[in-house]
Design a protein. Structure first.
Length: 257
């Protein structure tokens, strides 16, 4: 996909954004609980006295919050050891280090798996659902909220230097531009060698809502609750036909079949 590629696409991208990726707004949840904004103030009822896996925990912000709101144990899972080190320090400083564990692989089965802003990043979402099912008790469930999905104006995440830029430029041009950006400290991640979207820090799998539903239907889960929450400015035209382009986030609950 993409219209503008080659040297022309690369030059335009460098002209428009020579020093950093786009879509780097981090203030939406400043001084707020992201969990409460996304799931509502009663979200903590899901976790009280439960063993919870925070799948894709990064530096443990949500894991620590879950522990503070009454979870019996929280297991944060992430690929990157530098993120896990930060999560352990965060839990210790918050006084919940005794109820939090941070690891690359959970050994204990959970009552609830919470995964936030992850499904659009997994290189193989179907394989991840298999892992989740193996880590979940038979009467448990997965609570997830993710987005933006691929056809959202900013569905390219860091590649969306303007709305739908990830659909305007070819993947090859975008990756060349990305690899040549000034190096930053990414800890245990090596910049400059990405070959496609899945190779970038965190990965980007071009997930659409339709594809997500299909992957779940072919897994050991079924969708018990589902909401495609529209972009506020596009809410008047949001419907089943337009949802790929008008959905801000997808929120759902998955239960074992």
């Amino acid at each position: 996909m993409g219209i503008i590629g080659g040297s022309l696409g690369y030059k335009i991208l460098n002209y428009l954004s020579p020093a950093s990726t786009g879509n780097n707004e981090y203030t939406a949840y400043q001084n707020k609980s992201k969990m409460e904004v996304l799931f509502g103030a009663n979200v903590w009822e899901h976790f009280k006295d439960k063993v919870v896996i925070d799948f894709g925990c990064e530096t443990g912000i949500e894991a620590v919050e879950i522990a503070q709101h009454g979870a019996r144990k929280v297991i944060g899972v992430d690929l990157y050891e530098n993120s896990l080190r930060g999560a352990r320090e965060r839990a210790k400083n918050a006084g919940v280090g005794d109820r939090c564990e941070f690891t690359t692989k959970a050994e204990e089965k959970a009552d609830v798996i919470m995964t936030l802003d992850t499904f659009e990043h997994f290189s193989d979402p179907a394989a991840i659902l298999k892992i989740m099912r193996g880590a979940l008790k038979d009467d448990g469930y997965v609570l997830t909220c993710f987005g933006p999905t691929w056809y959202h104006p900013l569905g390219g995440h860091g590649f969306s230097i303007f709305p739908w830029a990830h659909l305007v430029f070819t993947e090859k041009a975008l990756i060349r531009w990305y690899n040549d950006l000034p190096l930053k400290d990414y800890g245990d991640y090596e910049r400059g060698k990405a070959k496609n979207f899945t190779d970038v820090r965190g990965g980007l799998n071009q997930l659409t809502i339709r594809r997500f539903e299909k992957i779940v239907s072919q897994s050991d889960f079924r969708i018990a609750e589902f909401e495609a929450r529209p972009i506020r400015k596009l809410k008047p035209i949001a419907n089943r036909l337009t949802r790929e382009f008008t959905t801000a986030i997808v929120q759902c609950k998955l239960v074992p079949k």
